[in-house]
Write a protein that binds this ligand. Structure first.
Ligand code: NAD
Ligand code: TDX
Length: 339
């Protein structure tokens, strides 16, 4: 594909995907990003010019979207409001960007006949019980819990409807929790790593028994490119790397890496409606498209991620204080029971 538009390309997974495209394809890449608090220009450092063009714009703005999509061969749609805790605080940007933004892009790819790939999350399926072998598949019924996951679920439904009603050439993917470089410090793993670098105790929600199915962002990128190139229109693919860990285990590994006692953390008020467990069955993607993850060893990937944050303080430091200030306000409200 000669020209690929990447929405949200200045965010965590989007920027990893832009690096992946530059390394593994000859495509010209156009990043369309609003540069919200979640974006970081430094994630695309040295990439702009040459094969990467960065456009600052809102996916809800039909004029900007139409202009960019009209010259594209494909759109890979990462842009979203992505943090559950923020969606509990103020759902409005989630409804706007995740639903209206996806709708605006779908109308544009419909008008110009452009291939579309929609990046979504396993959270659309709700959660699974702890301690069972059950996993999400492409046939699991939708049952989202939070304002974030319900808007992602709605965006998936829009894509499916545009495929069936208007013949849009789109694929969808639902991936589990990502980790790796360029992740905002509001998210669990970077928040705890940067706390530990600062000599501050990590913050664990509740007892830490909640399970997430971790995948390295590079593996997510290779899966999305595989689906973009080989996926069947209208099909959904689940992306996961068999990386189930409970939050306490992840935290224990981090504490060991930093040479701290394994009880050196604060228990803080649990997230309301906190999903218990996510787990992905990615058989379809592996069997039909031949995709395999390459970051099989989570402990190794986590150690490399710690090294990245240690050596890229200039990347995360400007976001840290504001993020922790936001968490302090949330924690106070939760403590007072007035969400
Ligand atoms: P992120 O919050 O790090 O980045 C989101 C990017 O979208 C930012 O650069 C932001 O500026 C941009 N953006 C937000 N609103 C926009 C708008 N109206 N117009 C244009 N750009 C806008 O998110 P992420 O963690 O990289 O997630 C990317 C995608 O992957 C999301 O769709 C998310 O639902 C999905 N996903 C994330 C994970 C995960 O573990 N982080 C897992 C599965 C799926
Ligand atoms: O300080 C914390 N302490 C803590 O115990 C934070 C920020 C989180 N947690 C817990 C909550 C979750 O069980 O860690 C787990 C991971 O939390 P997040 O990083 O906020 O991710 P999660 O809510 O699981 O959602 C992520 O994965 C799916 C992404 O943010 C979503 O965009 C994606 O769709």
């Amino acid at each position: 594909m000669a020209k690929i538009v990447v929405t949200g390309g200045a965010g965590f997974i989007g920027s990893n995907f832009v690096h992946h495209l530059v390394e593994h394809t000859d495509s010209h890449v156009v990043v369309l990003d609003k540069f919200t608090y979640a974006a970081n220009e430094a994630s695309l450092m040295g990439m702009s010019g040459g094969r990467v063009t960065v456009v600052r714009g809102d996916i809800c703005d039909a004029n900007v979207v139409n202009e960019i999509v009209s010259h594209a061969d494909a759109v890979v749609h990462f842009a979203a409001e992505s943090h559950n805790d923020n969606s509990l605080e103020d759902p409005s940007p989630f409804v706007r960007t995740n639903l209206v933004g996806t709708y605006t892009l779908l109308e544009a790819v419909r008008r110009y006949g452009v291939r579309f790939h929609h990046v979504s999350t396993d959270e659309v399926y709700g959660d699974l019980p702890l301690g069972t072998p059950e996993k999400f598949t492409e046939y699991t019924p939708y049952n989202p819990s939070s304002p974030y996951s319900s808007t992602k679920a709605g965006s998936d439904m829009l894509v499916r409807a545009w495929v069936r009603s208007f013949g849009v050439s789109a694929t969808l993917s639902n991936c589990s929790n990502n980790y790796g470089p360029f992740q905002h410090v509001e998210k669990f793993i970077p928040r705890q790593i940067t706390n530990l670098i600062d000599g501050v105790k990590p913050k664990l929600y509740g007892a830490g028994h909640n399970v997430r199915d971790w995948i390295h962002a590079e593996d997510h990128s290779s899966a999305v490119l595989t689906i973009l190139e080989q996926g069947t229109t209208g099909q959904t693919y689940l992306i996961g790397a068999d990386g189930e860990q409970d939050n306490l285990s992840v935290l224990t590994t981090l504490l060991e890496i930093f040479g701290r006692p394994t009880d050196w953390f604060d228990h803080v008020t649990d997230r309301p409606g906190h999903d218990l467990r996510y787990a992905i069955d990615s058989t379809r993607l592996r069997q039909e498209l031949g995709w395999e993850p390459t970051h099989g060893d989570f402990a190794e990937g986590l150690a490399a991620t710690v090294d990245w944050y240690r050596t890229h303080e200039d990347w995360w430091r400007p976001q840290k204080d504001a993020t922790e200030a936001r968490y302090r306000v949330q924690e106070t409200k939760l403590g007072e029971g007035r969400r």
